[in-house]
Design a protein around this ligand. Structure first.
Ligand code: G4P
Length: 319
């Protein structure tokens, strides 16, 4: 079952971006370096009218450095776009941000023509932490629940350099099923919107193929050819003592362990998607979404015909 969530502050944030965007020079999108495709808001380019974009791959300390380099090349190759990697251990992230924004909007950044930057990102991507570091104080509250950043706020990053914050935002519908699982694994989606076991199985299914060495090192498990995600989750549960009566495995507990150890980086530096994989998932997702739309349109037409709101077409095949 694909994951769906209640998009929370989406409408408020959308409105805030639309109202502000006219006077913005660069839009910074904070991405999770462990899922740089899935954490990118597919609505953002439309909302910002194609303004120059800086993609910041945040939490790069948790991500696979080889894959982060691939994603930076990918985003840097897009028109009007630059990309940099960041993480909370960097004491002066402002320098990298200011430089990248200046490269995107070279005529801005003076007192007469200040650089006006909007920053957005999904919940839990580390926006409050970054802003706290930028301002040198606890300007915004951080926390582990999705959507802690609530109010839009302006921050002076340097002389003639202003940053507007926006609340953490998810979009209403995901067309790439894998993105839902990756967002849930990363902590961007509230706990009530997904089943831990389902997310852990999807995660393990990917890790068996992409990072078998990390799984073996962390859980001391065998990974014989053809092992399934279910078998591996059971194995991990057994190894970690997540056992119920009569030797049954507590799969919920095992799933929580896997998700927690992925999120915290205990499992190792992992990136759940490459640019090529994400592009393939997107093609499939768009195809399924188009089919879904056709089905929806058909049933709407059938409904209108039933209630005689529109005439029956001569050739029903064409509806
Ligand atoms: P948000 O405003 O985008 O919602 O995210 P926030 O800054 O609250 O960060 C969410 C969690 O991610 C926090 O952890 C924060 O410490 C952690 N984090 C932020 N940036 C980085 C980074 O670059 N690397 C790593 N490894 N972690 C990062 P938490 O456990 O929820 O809170 P806390 O225990 O740190 O207070």
């Amino acid at each position: 079952m694909a994951i769906q969530w209640f998009p929370g502050h989406m409408h408020l944030t959308k409105k805030a971006i639309q109202e502000r965007i006219k006077e913005i020079d660069v839009v910074i999108e904070l991405l999770d370096a462990r899922l740089p495709g899935s954490s990118a808001n597919p609505m953002l380019a439309g909302l910002t009218g194609g303004k120059p974009a800086l993609k910041v791959l945040n939490k790069q300390d948790l991500a696979d450095p080889v894959r982060t380099a691939q994603w930076l090349v990918h985003y840097n190759s897009l028109p009007g776009t630059r990309a940099i990697g960041l993480d909370a251990s960097m004491s002066t992230p402002a320098k990298a941000l200011v430089e990248a924004c200046r490269a995107l909007a070279p005529s801005r950044g003076s007192m007469v023509k200040p650089m006006r930057v909007l920053i957005c990102g999904i919940p839990n991507v580390g926006k409050s932490t970054l802003i706290n570091t930028l301002t040198g104080k606890r300007a915004t509250k951080t926390g582990d629940e999705a959507g802690v950043t609530k109010l839009e706020q302006r921050i002076v990053l340097a002389d003639g350099f202003y940053l507007w914050d926006t609340p953490g935002m998810l979009w209403p519908r995901i067309i790439v099923a894998k993105s839902g699982y990756n967002l849930a694994a990363s902590g961007a989606i509230g706990r009530n919107a997904f089943e831990e076991e389902e997310v852990a199985l999807e995660l393990l299914d990917y890790l068996i193929k992409a990072y078998p060495g990390l799984l073996q090192a962390r859980y001391k498990v065998e990974l014989p050819p053809g092992i399934t995600d279910e078998q591996l989750l059971e194995d991990i549960g057994r190894k970690r003592g997540a056992v119920l009566t009569k030797g049954r495995i507590n799969l919920q507990k095992a799933a929580e362990i896997v998700i927690y150890e992925f999120r915290s980086g205990t499992l190792g530096r992992i990136t759940l998607e490459t640019p090529e994989e994400f592009a393939e998932w997107l093609v499939v997702g768009k195809k399924l979404d188009a089919e879904r739309q056709v089905k929806k349109d058909r049933s709407e037409t059938a409904r209108l015909i039933k209630f005689k709101k529109i005439p029956r077409p001569e050739n029903p095949q064409e509806t």
